[in-house]
Design a protein around this ligand. Structure first.
Ligand code: SME
Length: 202
C-alpha cells in the first residue's frame, strides 16, 4: 500500500474505532524505523490527515488545524560547540523546542523551567498528564500560535528511564471548534503517544 493511503479512513467507524484504526496504521508506518524525527513526522501527518478525512464523529463539526510535537531541547542534535555556545547552553532554562508537525507555523520555544513555565504544553509536560482544553481563551497562560484555535489537547510523551517515568516532550492538537476534543480522543492520543515513544531511540 502506498504510504499516503494509511491516512484514508474506512466508512462507518465510530470514534473509538477511528483511533484504533489510526493506531494500527501508525504501527505499520513506524515498523523498521527508530529515528524520532522520521517517526514523529509521519505520526503528525497521519493523525492530522486522518482527522481531516474524518472530522465529525456525530457530535458536530470540527476541524483540526494543527497536530505536532514539542520535544525537550536536549534531544536535538547539539550545535558544534564553541566557548560562546557552551556558555549560552549553560544559561538556557529548560525548554521545549518545536518538532515535526502539520499545520501553520507555530512558536519554536516553550519554557518549562520552574517559575517560567506557561501554557498548555508546559502544563502537560511538567505535570506528566494530558491537558484537555475545551476553550483556549478560558485557559490561564494559553499560548496562542494561531488566533483561530478554539480548543486543544496536549498529551505528554513519557519515557521510563531506570524505572523512573520522565517527560521528554508532548503531542499537541489544536481545533477550530470549541470542545473539539473529548475523553475518547484523549484515550486514543495517549495510546498513540505510548506507541511513538516506544518506537523511537531517544
Ligand atoms: N497553545 C500551546 C502552544 C503551541 S501551539 O498551540 C501549536 C500552548 O499553550 O502551550
Amino acid at each position: 500500500m502506498p504510504h499516503a493511503d494509511s491516512a484514508m479512513i474506512p466508512a462507518g467507524l465510530d470514534k473509538a474505532a477511528f483511533w484504533e484504526h489510526v493506531h494500527e496504521q501508525l504501527s505499520y508506518l513506524l515498523d523498521g524505523q527508530r529515528n524520532w524525527v522520521t517517526n514523529l513526522a509521519n505520526a503528525s501527518s497521519l493523525i492530522y490527515n486522518a482527522l481531516q478525512a474524518f472530522p465529525d464523529f456525530g457530535t458536530g463539526e470540527r476541524m483540526v488545524n494543527w497536530c505536532g510535537f514539542y520535544l525537550n531541547s536536549e534531544l536535538f542534535p547539539a550545535p558544534q560547540l564553541t566557548a560562546t555556545t557552551v556558555e549560552a547552553r549553560d544559561d538556557q532554562p529548560a525548554r521545549l523546542l518545536l518538532g515535526p508537525f502539520c499545520g501553520k507555523p507555530a512558536c519554536q520555544l516553550i519554557n518549562v523551567a520552574p517559575g517560567l513555565a506557561r501554557g498548555v504544553c508546559a502544563d502537560a509536560y511538567c505535570q506528566r498528564k494530558t491537558v484537555l482544553v475545551r476553550d483556549v481563551d478560558a485557559y490561564p497562560g494559553h499560548i496562542a500560535c494561531d488566533g483561530e484555535t478554539k480548543s486543544e489537547v496536549v498529551c505528554p510523551l513519557l519515557l521510563t528511564v531506570n524505572g523512573e517515568e520522565k517527560a521528554i516532550g508532548v503531542l499537541d492538537l489544536d481545533c477550530l471548534a470549541l470542545s473539539g476534543f473529548d475523553e475518547q480522543d484523549q484515550a486514543g492520543l495517549e495510546k498513540i503517544a505510548r506507541l511513538v515513544v516506544g518506537a523511537c531511540d531517544w
